[in-house]
Design a protein around this ligand. Structure first.
Ligand code: PEP
Ligand code: MN
Length: 300
């Protein structure tokens, strides 16, 4: 072994996780302690619970949000997703789509006043909006495209709110867990990891940009005790596949799902191909309940 090699601490840089990584770099995320995440003082994610987060892609207008939340609450789904800020791949907005921004948060505040039990998940894209988002949102999402935006992640972590960290579609589990470690070193243990599809040479359908990494879910569950959830809507980009991928995710051991739901998916302003309509969602929920019984999990 040459002298230079001996002096290098990172001797085996790799995209896969080595024992050394677990010991020296992924210190907190790989700690095998019991992790229980509380939402409104009640256990939300813990061993043997399965959480469903559902809602439209974007908070388009108040009527659509009321309609969707009303349906979901009747389905006993109280964790509602809906983004008001969205990093879009292309810089051009269509003339029908624009982010609802702060106005979208005001609509959600109104909806929360009406449906007292619901909690909101929304994405934070810029530090400058964090303070305002914290007034409305119970869970903060760091989207795939910001998985390694460490300044944003640190600031969001310091809020001590629950964070859903989405895996970037090109990230190894090593990079994903390293990003998560940035949250934990800020002393925020309210962390949920989300698999949402990765880029692969073949996705079996031209409209599917990503492929759901089921194997990644299994591996993550081995590497960390933090909850792992799955977003089959973004992974497949294709509503008819969402049900089967959601069920496969539950079977692979995930702790929760993010499912996109829209009263009329064809008219969804973003990603209209991936949202489930109300009937499709009802059918999916029914099947998830059966799987929960099989795996002795409680649907929350
Ligand atoms: C989303 O949840 O709406 C989203 C854009 O997800 P992702 O960051 O995984 O693409
Ligand atoms: Mn989206």
């Amino acid at each position: 072994m040459s002298k230079i090699f001996r002096r290098i601490s990172n001797k085996f840089p790799s995209k896969d996780i080595t024992k050394e990584d677990l010991k020296n770099k992924l210190i907190l995320i790989s700690k095998k302690e019991e992790i229980e995440i509380k939402l409104n003082n009640k256990f939300f994610l813990k061993k043997n619970n399965l959480a469903i987060i559902a809602g439209p892609n974007g908070v388009e207008n108040i009527d659509m949000m009321f309609k969707t939340v009303d349906f979901l609450v009747k389905q006993k789904i109280n964790i509602i997703r809906g983004h008001v800020f969205k990093p879009l791949t292309f810089p051009y907005r269509s003339n029908t789509y624009s982010e609802s921004g702060i106005q979208g948060l005001v609509w959600m505040d109104e909806i929360k006043k009406y449906y007292k039990k619901i909690t909101i998940v929304t994405e934070v894209t810029e530090i400058k909006y964090l303070e305002r988002i914290l007034l409305t949102s119970d869970i903060l999402q760091i989207g795939s495209r910001n998985m390694q935006n460490f300044e944003l992640i640190k600031e969001v972590a310091r809020s001590k709110k629950i964070i859903i960290l989405k895996r970037h579609f090109g990230a190894s589990l090593r990079d994903f867990l390293a990003a998560a470690e940035h949250i934990l070193v800020e002393n925020n243990k309210n962390l949920i990891l989300c698999e949402r599809g990765i880029v692969a040479p073949h996705t079996h359908r031209v409209t599917s940009r990503f492929i759901l990494d089921i194997q990644g879910i299994v591996a993550l569950k081995e590497l960390t005790n933090y909850p792992v959830i799955s977003d089959p809507s973004h992974a497949s980009f294709w509503a008819p596949w969402v049900e089967k991928l959601a069920l496969a995710s539950v079977a692979s051991g995930c702790d929760g799902l993010i499912i996109e739901v829209h009263p009329n998916p064809r008219f969804s302003k973003v990603d209209p191909l991936q949202a489930l309509n109300f009937n499709q969602f009802k059918r999916l929920k029914h099947k998830i309940l059966s799987l929960c019984r099989f795996f002795h999990k409680k649907l929350i």
